[in-house]
Design a binder for this molecule. Structure first.
Ligand code: NAP
Length: 546
């Protein structure tokens, strides 16, 4: 069973609410099918909306959740009035009524009786909200059990994300609910909770709450219909999507029976670990590849504070593979079971493969860079100047040697550059000593040329005529100042997008054994960079996408 999509309707006043309802219906022909509208009667604050809203939804087979929260200090008379309105909705045959667990056993019992009197068609959602924090996994399980004991047909738990671990606790709760065979809708609120909203449908959440569009988000971190559509396409290979489309047009719009699978789509989960990670292009790259290859998988960005916790999440969530980026490429190593030979020699991991519980570290930065370089030029026995002495310079140094070429290091600061050169037994020059450098090819691995250093050149213009090929690993902007000036000086150039695409394609090969067309990845990344006008320099994302 797929996760049901619900749009909360919280506009104040009857007219505004009915107009929003019509707007929701107007997009029902769009590729993403909306299953439910949640009428927030407490927020709409006008009970007369009920009859026309229910008539509208019933005519169109749009399911309804009625949510009518108590106001603080509610009197007995107010409670009775509220329950009378909920009762009218139950008589009208709404699909769900949502009652907060804080209402207590007596009030919840009264709603259950109303439902039973009408033959039990309506399902009772018992919900818990915490707008301040996410409790421990143990506490979440206790809350879930309390809702279950109160007689929930469906449990809903929504808490505020304060740390990445909160997402994992919430997603693990979906697994707990599956074992108890009780439908659950669970997610973390706030920007830090987006990961749980993305992954919850794939891990069996019964209902996902989404916004009509950006402007209509009722909570930070809420996904829009357009985003959900993109994810649905990513999560479902073409064949199963066609099957779902057929189900959607069948006579029963809401297949609510628990099918024993609790909605779990069996999608494989992949992630990128980094910090910051918000602007990463890797999810776009990998999700596009999964879709093209028909892989039932989703790849999500994961902003990591503690790499040990993040690695334990790979095991707990059964993630199939992970990309690792700054600043964790070396820090992740102690938490892995095994390293491939290249990653061991470089001392950095950018790819983790989960091989039935054994976590193996690989490095595709070196091989991606070499694939990009050798697609243009045969480098055997060529002298290659590497600008920078950081992690990527190490990876490229390893690759250059492996391909039978001769690397040398140029770095602004001597101690780090000298240390790397000494380790690999190669020459070192400070940036000021560029006149002494004799090389055929130049590769920039420093952030010079990337926003906010977009106008900076790592070497003076007159140095560039020395090289026949110049490669940059920066791809934002698409054409860096270095590549522009190198072209003018007569060199052939290779942009950082090529390395990015190549290292990503190699990660997919390691995770799935499949080969993705590089042209597809190239055009996807180029389109994304161009669309956001980053290439024109009109947007300053401050941090490079990775
Ligand atoms: P790193 O370990 O921090 O090393 C950065 C190097 O750049 C250091 O040698 C540093 O010099 C030098 N540097 C930093 N700021 C500088 C400045 N203002 N002027 C001159 N030199 C400067 O970083 P890394 O892991 O090597 O990554 C470098 C970049 O490559 C990152 O932006 C990353 O996103 C990108 N990357 C791209 C791809 C791709 O697929 N295209 C793949 C991997 C990485 P000092 O030693 O003097 O500090």
């Amino acid at each position: 069973m797929k996760s049901l999509l619900a749009i909360p309707l919280a506009e104040r006043g009857k007219e505004a609410a009915l107009a929003a309802l019509k707007a929701i219906w107007d997009i029902q022909d769009s590729p993403t099918h909306i299953d439910l509208v949640e009428l927030r009667l407490d927020l709409i604050d006008d009970d007369t909306v009920l009859a026309p809203a229910l008539a509208f939804c019933q005519q169109r087979q749009l399911g309804v959740i009625i949510t009518y929260r108590a106001t603080p200090g509610e009197s007995t008379a107010q409670l009775k009035k509220r329950h009378a309105i909920i009762g009218r909705a139950i008589v009208a045959g709404v699909e769900f009524v949502d009652v907060d667990m804080t209402e207590g056993a007596t009030a919840i019992g009264a709603v259950r009786r109303l439902i039973a009197e009408q033959g039990g068609r309506t399902r009772l959602i018992i919900s818990h909200h915490d707008f301040l924090q996410t409790p421990s996994f143990k506490k979440l399980c206790t809350l879930f059990s309390s809702c279950q004991e109160l007689g929930a047909d469906v449990v809903k738990i929504a808490t505020m994300a304060r740390a990445p671990q909160d997402n994992l606790n919430m997603l693990n709760l979906l697994d707990f609910a599956q074992k108890k065979q009780k439908p659950l809708s669970a997610f973390c609120m706030g920007d830090g909770g987006r990961m749980s909203r993305i992954m919850a449908p794939a891990l069996g959440a019964m209902i996902s709450y989404v916004a009509l569009n950006d402007a209509a988000r009722s909570a930070p971190g809420q996904l829009t219909i357009a985003e959900v559509h993109l994810l649905a396409n990513i999560l479902q290979p073409e064949t199963s999507k066609r099957e779902t489309d057929k189900t959607a047009s069948s006579s029963n719009p809401l297949p609510l029976e628990n099918d024993g699978n609790n909605g779990r789509s069996n999608a494989a989960v992949y992630a990128v670990f980094g910090n910051p990670i918000r602007h990463s292009l890797s999810p776009l790259l990998h999700n596009t590849a999964f879709r093209r290859l028909g892989i039932n998988g989703v790849y999500v960005p994961f902003c990591v504070q503690d790499i040990a916790v993040a690695v334990s999440a790979i095991r707990e969530l059964g993630m199939k593979g992970v990309s690792v980026t700054l600043p964790f490429k070396s820090a992740v190593i102690p938490f892995l079971d095994r390293m491939d030979e290249s990653a061991l020699a470089i001392g950095a991991v950018n790819t983790i493969v989960n091989n039935n519980g054994e976590l193996i570290g690989y490095n595709t930065d070196w091989s991606g860079a070499m694939a990009a370089l050798t697609s243009l030029v045969n480098i055997a026995e060529k002298r290659i100047a590497i600008l920078g002495a950081g992690g990527t310079a190490r990876a490229i140094c390893f690759g250059v040697k492996k391909y039978g070429a001769i690397p040398l290091i140029i770095n602004r600061s001597a101690p780090r550059g000298e240390a790397l050169a000494h380790e690999w037994g190669i020459s070192f020059y400070t940036s000021k000593e560029w006149r002494q450098v004799e090389a055929d090819i130049l590769i920039n691995t420093t952030p010079m040329g990337m926003n906010p250093l977009a106008a900076e050149l790592p070497l003076p213009t007159e140095a560039l005529s020395r090289f026949s090929v110049v490669m940059d690993i920066i791809y934002n902007p698409l054409e860096t100042m270095l590549l522009r000036e190198a072209k003018k000086a007569g060199a052939q150039t290779i942009s950082g997008t090529e390395m990015f695409v190549q290292q990503g394609a190699q990660q997919i090969q390691l995770w799935t054994g499949k080969t993705v067309p590089l042209a597809l990845l190239r055009s996807t990344v180029l389109a994304a960079l161009t669309a956001t006008e980053i290439t024109a320099g009109t947007v300053n994302p401050k941090k490079e996408r990775r």
